[in-house]
Design a protein around this ligand. Structure first.
Ligand code: C2E
Ligand code: CA
Ligand code: CA
Length: 550
């Protein structure tokens, strides 16, 4: 499907007119030839079959009959049988020839129509998604090309079901397909248009003449409808869907580019439920990012990735020394880069798993080093949701767990709610296994994602890390109440609470009053290189004390 150069397409109607002109020209040419070669006595009038069959093939029955009639008349009553002697044809001659022409025109047109119908049925079959029974990406491509040919403005909305693998693996594949088909039916009813099933969990609808704003609200209306769970075999299934709108012809003139932009927007929207509109900035960012990928691969090989460690401090007096490992890239020309500048690209390019393995290895090494130096420190590692997409990181961790020489009791894993929601089926047994080996689990960035209290119950966890966004507002009455509620629920369920991004003493005081267990943030310490961590703890526990006393 790759098309690098946009193809100049000839308008369908123009093509039709050209075919008609070619046929007329051929009839005229054969007529002249018959006359110039001496009349119908010679065999050249049989050449008329050529335009007749061509029009049967390219234009249709009516056009073939008309071409046959015209051809029959052109070499008919006015065409001499012998030009030199001026002998005209007997009427029966040209009338029989004319009816043979018409018969051949009509029968060959019928024959071509049958062949075309047969071919169409075959192509139609090729254009159906065999799993859902809806038109597939090939058909979308063809229909988009046709709209682009006609230069009709249109919007296209793409949707992606983000929790399909959870449904397939937790419930059943058949039910997964069934629920997607129901969503497709719902979208088809709502939009009144053809719905294309581009992938098992992706579908799209083309809306000719519809503006971006209208397409966005239609997409949102569909998402609202899908918030209601689908009932299949008495099982309630909820789909998490995100969508995007791309408008044409403003943003592209090629169907391949259009589908690419749609998929790119869906990739960007991962993790957020809603309808996103494609913007050209996104494309520029994506280009910059693709340049980053080979550099990142080099960084892995040249050991340019390192960890800094941000201390967490207990407000209750209990608890050990504890830090969070945060990734840094010591870029050869750009200096030290934070994860915000490369992690997303690493996730999209599928390199994240290799990076996570490096992080785990370095963190375990550092933990051992501190332990041997007589200052054991807990280390928390961040795991990306993408790490769980296939088994690579899990089996790597499992391998580490097998290694009985390693003391993993001081290790913690931080994962966001999104990571948990997208990988529910593997998360619970995985976390249970880790906790049995003494590894503690933290739910990261709490308060920014799904914010589900239910997850706090269902998932085996040790810590809830309240996101900096909520902590920034802890002095505001409403947010204070929310944070208090989170802390109370967490404590009732035997989870400890860590406040992230604490920058001011007033925030720390407020958090202590609310009963928060740990704090982390620039107020206590920025992320530090390993030797400075020792200094942090070495400067007596005075900072810890400062935190405890306020
Ligand atoms: P996070 O896990 O929520 O980490 C906290 C981030 O907030 C860190 O940014 C930290 O430097 C910053 N921070 C801590 N205290 C304060 C504060 O008081 N004020 C402000 N303004 N910021 C504070 P960093 O190191 O840039 O990391 C950003 C995110 O990148 C992390 O957010 C985490 O999601 C991700 N990340 C970092 N290291 C890794 C890693 O090794 N693996 C994976 N998968 N993700 C990582
Ligand atoms: Ca974290
Ligand atoms: Ca966090």
């Amino acid at each position: 499907m790759q098309k690098n150069i946009p193809v100049r397409r000839i308008h369908l109607k123009t093509r039709y007119i050209i075919a008609e002109l070619v046929i007329l020209a051929l009839i005229l040419a054969v007529t002249c030839l018959v006359y110039l070669t001496g009349g119908t006595n010679y065999a050249f009038s049989h050449l008329m079959y050529l335009p007749i069959i061509l029009s049967a093939c390219y234009l249709g029955i009516k056009e073939a009959a008309a071409a046959a009639l015209l051809a029959g008349l052109a070499v008919g009553p006015l065409m001499p049988q012998n030009v030199a002697s001026g002998l005209m044809q007997p009427a029966v001659n040209w009338m029989v020839r004319l009816s043979v022409f018409v018969t051949i025109g009509i029968t060959s047109a019928l024959f071509f129509r049958r062949i075309k119908a047969y071919k169409k049925a075959e192509t139609d079959r090729a254009y159906i998604n065999i799993i859902t029974g809806y038109p597939n990406i090939g058909k979308l491509n063809v229909d988009l090309d046709e709209l682009l040919d006609r230069e009709t403005p249109f919007s296209i909305i793409g949707f992606r079901v983000v929790n399909i693998s959870g449904i397939n693996q937790n419930i059943s594949y058949d039910i997964g397909v069934c629920v997607i088909v129901k969503a497709l039916e719902m979208l088809s009813r709502l939009s009144g248009k053809t719905v294309y099933s581009i992938d098992t969990n992706e579908f799209a609808v083309i809306l000719p003449g519809m503006s971006i704003a209208d397409a966005k609200s239609l997409g949102e209306a569909f998402l609202n409808k899908t918030l209601e769970p689908f009932l299949i075999d008495r099982i309630e299934i909820r789909l998490l869907i995100n969508g995007c709108v791309v408008y044409c012809p403003l943003q592209t003139s090629d169907s391949y580019q259009l589908i690419k932009k749609m998929k790119m927007t869906l990739d960007r929207a991962t993790g957020k439920i809603g309808i996103y509109v494609f913007d050209d900035e996104m494309e520029i960012r994506s280009k910059n990012q693709s340049e980053l990928i080979p550099q990142l691969l080099n960084a892995i090989q040249n050991d340019e990735l390192s960890l800094v460690y941000q201390p967490k401090v207990s407000l209750t007096g209990e608890g050990d020394r504890s830090v969070e490992a945060l990734l840094r890239w010591n870029h050869p020309t750009r200096g030290q880069l934070g994860p915000g500048e490369f992690l997303k690209t690493a996730e999209e390019a599928g390199i994240i798993r290799e990076i996570t393995k490096i992080v785990i290895k370095k963190a375990i090494g550092q933990k051992e080093h501190w332990k041997l130096a007589g200052t054991p420190v807990n280390i928390a590692i961040n795991i990306s949701p993408k790490d769980l997409d296939n088994n690579s990181v899990i089996s790597y961790i499992a391998e580490i767990l097998e290694d009985s020489r390693l003391d993993l009791s001081l290790l913690e894993i931080e994962l966001t709610e999104r990571g948990i929601m997208e990988n529910q089926e593997i998360i619970i047994p995985f976390f249970e296994h880790l906790r049995q080996r003494g590894i503690r689990i933290a739910l990261d960035d709490y308060g920014t994602g799904y914010n589900s209290l239910v997850n706090m119950f269902r998932i085996p966890l040790d810590y809830i890390k309240i996101d900096k966004f909520l902590i920034d507002h802890v002095l505001d009455h409403t947010y204070n109440l929310i944070i208090e509620a989170i802390i109370n629920v967490a404590h009732k369920m035997d989870r400890k609470v860590i406040a992230e991004g604490v920058e001011k003493k007033e925030q720390l005081d407020a958090l202590r009053q609310l009963g928060c267990d740990y704090i982390q943030g620039y107020y206590l310490s920025k992320p530090l290189p390993p030797d400075e961590v020792m200094r942090f703890y070495g400067e007596g526990e005075n900072r810890q004390e400062r935190a405890k006393k306020g």
